[in-house]
Design a protein around this ligand. Structure first.
Ligand code: IPM
Ligand code: MG
Length: 355
């Protein structure tokens, strides 16, 4: 198959981790006879430096014309003082909205090889921790009106029934393909938008009788994720709650550097990115963990290109790499010499085989 992939290397460690993901994709192409064509897209701080805009329209258009987008990370202290509407993160938000990718899927799964890296007690980690956060990605407080006037700042949190329904359906469908348990997370004891959220989820539940729906307030959910994470199968929640809970969920798995994500809308053209940031402190030092990006590339193959065998092959190669005991600095134990970003990518390429 021929696929056009828009590649956003971005800032900080972005270029190094994306390079390794492309090496892995190239090996997959060789093994399975595909052709991946890459188009570089400028977004984030590097686009501000080059174009004065974190995502110029022409760059967004390249993404829209692609079969999917692979993104490293954007942002960094260099652009801390630029005005809000020009921040690197604004490029990312514009990209998500421009692509219409309303559904962000963030897995939280403990790799057995990395159980020691989890900050949770071994008795909690011993249980099967494997859940997915389905986060609404292009609505809510991120996209409501933002303004600061006469010393008062305002951010509007708004959701329509239609917006809630479409992400709700993704939550139910994701649960149907897994353990059939959906937990809807909101703050309905305080927020109108959450009361509407809860109402829509319960209306939808009638259409998915095979899925058990439960409700949880977001503050309680934050607690439950560290207390008893094995209870979760699929969590569906609004944009900002999902942002916060997915960082928490990633940390209990041991390293935020390992977690990929997919963002999809009405078409197969998705956005794939690790959930971590641009880590400017280690940028250019060949220290970053490229696995979150490599696994994001695997998700792209699985969800946008319908290449399940190829995605499995990447995940197996990552597992073989971990089995062999290699660790990048973020997860290396004390006394262990970590492998660098390039070596990690190369080892995973070497472990890739066609079943
Ligand atoms: C994430 C990030 C982004 C978000 C930032 C960089 C805008 O934290 O993808 O979780 O808040 O969505
Ligand atoms: Mg976040």
């Amino acid at each position: 198959m021929h696929k056009n992939i828009a590649v956003i290397r971005g800032d900080g460690i972005g270029p190094e981790i994306v390079e390794q993901a492309l090496n892995v994709l190239n090996r997959v192409a060789e093994l399975y006879g595909h052709t991946f064509i890459y188009t570089d897209v400028d977004m984030g701080g590097c686009a501000i430096d080059k174009w004065g805009d974190p995502l110029p329209e022409a760059q967004l258009q390249k993404c829209l014309a692609s079969d999917s987008v692979l993104l490293g990370a954007v942002g960094g202290p260099k652009w801390n003082d630029v005005p809000g509407h020009l921040r690197p993160e604004k490029g990312l938000l514009r990209l998500r909205a421009g692509m219409g990718v309303y559904s962000n899927n963030r897995p939280a799964k403990i790799w057995p090889q990395l159980a020691d890296a989890s900050p949770l007690k071994p008795s909690i980690v011993a249980e099967d921790i494997d859940f997915i956060i389905v986060r609404e990605l292009i609505g809510g407080i991120y996209f409501g009106e933002h303004k600061t006037e006469k010393g008062t700042a305002t951010d509007v949190l708004q959701y329509s029934e239609a917006e809630i329904e479409r992400i709700g359906r993704i939550g139910f469908e994701t649960a149907q393909k897994r353990g059939k348990k959906l937990c809807s997370v909101e703050k309905s004891n305080v927020l109108d938008s959450s009361r509407l959220w809860k109402k829509v989820m319960h209306r939808l539940a009638e259409e998915y009788p095979d899925v058990t729906l439960s409700d949880m307030l977001v503050d309680n959910c934050a607690m439950q994720i560290v207390k008893n994470p094995a209870q979760f199968d699929v969590i569906v929640t609004e944009n900002m709650f999902g942002d916060i809970l997915s960082d928490e969920a990633s940390m209990i798995t041991g390293s935020i550097g390992m977690i990929p994500s997919s963002s999809l809308g009405a078409t197969a053209c998705g956005l794939y990115e690790p959930i971590h940031g641009s880590a400017p402190d280690i940028a250019g030092k060949d220290m970053a963990n490229p696995i979150g990006t490599i696994l994001s590339a695997a998700m792209m193959l699985r969800y946008s290109f319908d290449m399940a065998a190829e995605a499995d092959a990447i995940e197996k190669a990552v597992s073989a790499y971990l089995d062999a005991g290699y660790r990048t600095a973020d997860i290396a134990g004390s006394g262990q010499t970590p492998v660098g970003c390039r070596a990690c990518g190369q080892l995973i390429v070497n472990y890739l085989t066609k079943e």
